[in-house]
Design a protein around this ligand. Sequence first.
Ligand code: ATP
Ligand code: MG
Length: 802
Amino acid sequence: AAPVPAELLDDLNPAQRAAVEHHGRPLLVVAGAGSGKTRVLTRRIAYLLAARDVHPGQILAITFTNKAAAEMRERVAGLVGRRAGAMWVSTFHSMCVRLLRREAKTLEMTSNFSIYDADDSRRLMTLVGRDLDLDPKRYSARALTAHVSNWKNELIDPEDAAASAASDFERKAADAYREYQRRLAQAGAMDFDDLIMRTVELFQAFPDVAEHYRRRFRHVLVDEYQDTNHAQYTLVRELVGTAPTETGVAPSELCVVGDADQSIYAFRGATIRNIEEFERDFPDARTILLEQNYRSTQTILSAANAVIARNPGRRDKRLWTDAGDGERIVGYVADNEHDEAAFVAGEIDALADRGEATYSDVAVFYRTNNQSRVFEEIFIRLGLPYRVVGGVRFYERKEVRDALAYLRVLANPEDTVSLRRILNVPKRGIGDRAEAVVATHAERERISFAAALRDAVEGRIPLLNTRSQKAVGGFVELLDGLRELVDEGADVADVLEAVLDRTGYRAELEESKDPQDASRLENLDELVTVAREFTEFAQTVLAESGAEDAGDEPEAGVPEPGSLPAFLERVSLVADADSIPSPDGGADGADGGTDQGVVTLMTVHTAKGLEYPVVFCTGWEDGVFPHLRALGEPKELAEERRLAYVAITRAQRRLYVSRALVRTAWGQPMSNPASRFLDEIPEELLDWRRQAPSRDSGSPRAATTWGRRPGTGADSAQAGLAAGGMRTTSFQGFGTGRRGDAWKSTVALKLDVGDRVNHDKYGLGTVVATEGAGPRATATIDFGSAGTVRLMLIGSVPMVKL
Ligand code: ATP
Ligand code: MG
C-alpha cells in the first residue's frame, strides 16, 4: 500500500487514530457528543483508500443525514478524485431503494415500484380500515399504521403478528396489516419500512444475492448507530455476514459509531439493544471509546453532562474538553412566546452587530415544528434572514401531492392510493358512491382498482349508473392520453404541464377568487420548474458524457436519468421526513440571504449530528420540552432527556436556554412550569438575563391544567402549522440535503466564485459565476479544455467541491 498521507492521521488523538487504522474484526466506536465519531468514520474511509488499497466501489457508508454523506464524499474526493463516485454513501432508505430496484426481478416485483410516504400509508390504511369495518375511533389509521410500522421495524410479518397478537386491538391491527400488505403489493408500492424489511428478506431468501453484495462491499460503515432499528441492524448483519459463506467469502469489515445517550428515535423502533446485539452477534468485536470533546466549551459540556446524568441505567462517560470554560449559558424567562422570540431575535442582532457571530453561525431549536411560526413572524418583521428546516414542506402541499399523484399513476398504473387520490380531482363527477362501487367490484373480483376502472368503462359493473360510467370513461381516456405522452418520451415537465392543462386543474385555480389558490398556482409552477430543470440537467449530463457511466458497474437499479421514474424516485426520497440543513447557511434560499448567511430554525431531532457556534434552545417548559406525552412516562422522559442532551451538545461557543411563562397552545394561553431539564443545569453555569418574577417558588406547576389540552400534541401541532400556510423558504428542492442524495452527490452544492470543483464528466474546474438560489441555483464553471459550462447545483450533481 502507498505511504499514508500525514494529514490523514496527524490531527487525530490516539483513540481516534486506533479506530481509523483498525483492521479486521468488527469495530464499535461508542462515544459522547462531539468526540469526533463522524470524523473518525470519514477519515477511516479516506484511510482505507489511501493506505489499504481499498477501491471506492468496495465501500458502503450509511449516514443518517445527507449533509454527512456530502461531507464524506467531498473529503474523500479531495483525496482520490473522481473515483469517489463509485462509493455508496447514503441513508438506509436510499440504499434499499437502489438495491430493490436492481433486484426487483429476484423478488418478482416491478422495479418501478412506488414509494408510499407516511401520508400515502395512512390513506391506504384508511381504506383498509373501512373495508374491514373497523371503527375508525377505536382503530384510527394513525394507530394502525404505527402498529404496522413497529412490526416491520422488528421484522415481524403479518402471520407472526397475528400469531403473537395479545389483545383485541392487536388482532385487528394484524388483520389490517395483512390486508394493507396485500394492497401495497397490488398497487406495486412499498412504504418506507418495507424498503428495509424487503431488503432483509431479499438477503435472507437469496443467499447468492447477499453474497454478491458482500463480495462487493468489503467495508461497511454506519454513523449514528444508536438510531438504527432492529430491521436496519439485521440488514447490516446480513450484508457483512458473521462467518464466511459457503464459497469462502469472508465477512466484510464493519465499523459502526454511535452514542447511546443520543438515541432519540425509540419511537421509530430504534433501540439501544442494537449495541448489545452487536456484541452478541459479533463476539470478537473491538470497542473503542473516545473521551475528548472537540466541539464545545467546558461550560456547555458540563451542562450537557449534568442533564444526561439524570437518566437511569446508563453507562457513565467521562467527556472532557480543553477548550476552556468559555461564556456562561444565558438563561431567559419570557412573558410569553412572542417575548421569547423577540429576545432571541434581539440577541442574534446584537451578536451580529458586535461581529461575534454571523447569522449562519446561529441555530434556533424547538421541540415541535409548530413552534417555528412565532420566530418566523418576528424574523420577518425585523428582516432577519432565516431558513426553516422541516415543517409543512413543499412536497406535502395538497396541490403538489395531487400533481405528483398523476405522475405516479402514469408511471405505475396500479398505484391505487394515487389513483384514488386523483379519481375525482379536479371534480369530474365520480362521486364517493361510484368510487365505492368500483372498489367493491375490485374486491369481489380480486382485481386491482385500475383494472376495475376498465371494467367500469366496459359496462361490466352493473351497479354503476351511466353518468358515473361516462365520467370514469373520461378519466381513463385522460390517463391513456397522458400515458401516450410518456411513452413517446416527452419530458417530465411537459407531461406535468399536460396533466395540469388537460385535467383542468390549472384552469380551476386560475378562475378561483380565493387568494390561497393563487399561491397554489405558484407552487404548481414551481413544481413544473423543478421538473424542467431536472430534465435539462439530465440532458446536459447525458449529452456530455456520451451517455455512458463512469461507475464500476452498469447502474442497474437506477432509473434512466431524466425519466419519469427517476423524477418520482427523487421526489419521494427528497420529501421524506428528515430534512437536513447545510449548517453553514449561505445565501441559498428565497430568504434574502446576505454574506452573513441565514439563521437556521429547526427541531432538535433535525439537529442531530450538526454543530453551530451559537445555539438557542427555546421552549424549555414542562409539557413542551419535555413533551407533554412524556410527563409521567419514565421511558419517554429518558428519551426527551437524551434529546435535551443532543440540543445542548450542538453548541460550540454560546448557548442560550429560554422558556415562556405563558404560551398559547390550541388557542388557549397555558402557563407552563420551567422544564425540569432547565433545573438540571447547575446554577453556576447559568447567567440569568431575566428570571421568573420569583424564581419558580410560586411555580405555576400547580396551576397548569393539562387536562384541557386535546390530542397528543404532535398531531395538533402539525395541524396548527398546516393552517399557517405562509413560509418564506419552506421549499426544498432536490437533494437540499434530504435522504434523496443516494449515490451521487445530490446535496445542493454551495459554491462561490473562485471555488475549485471536480466534476465526474468535466474534471477539474473553477467557478466563474453563480446565479439564483435554492432549487434554481446554478454555477458557471470553467473546466479548462472541457469548456465553460453552466450547471444546476441541485439534483444529481456528480461533482464535488474541493
Ligand atoms: P455527534 O455525537 O454530535 O455526532 P461526533 O462524535 O460525530 O459528534 P464530530 O462531529 O465528528 O463528533 O466532531 C465534532 C467536532 O470536533 C468537529 O468539528 C470535528 O471536526 C472536531 N474534531 C473531532 N476530532 C478532532 C481532533 N482530533 N482534532 C480537532 N478537531 C476535532
Ligand atoms: Mg457525528
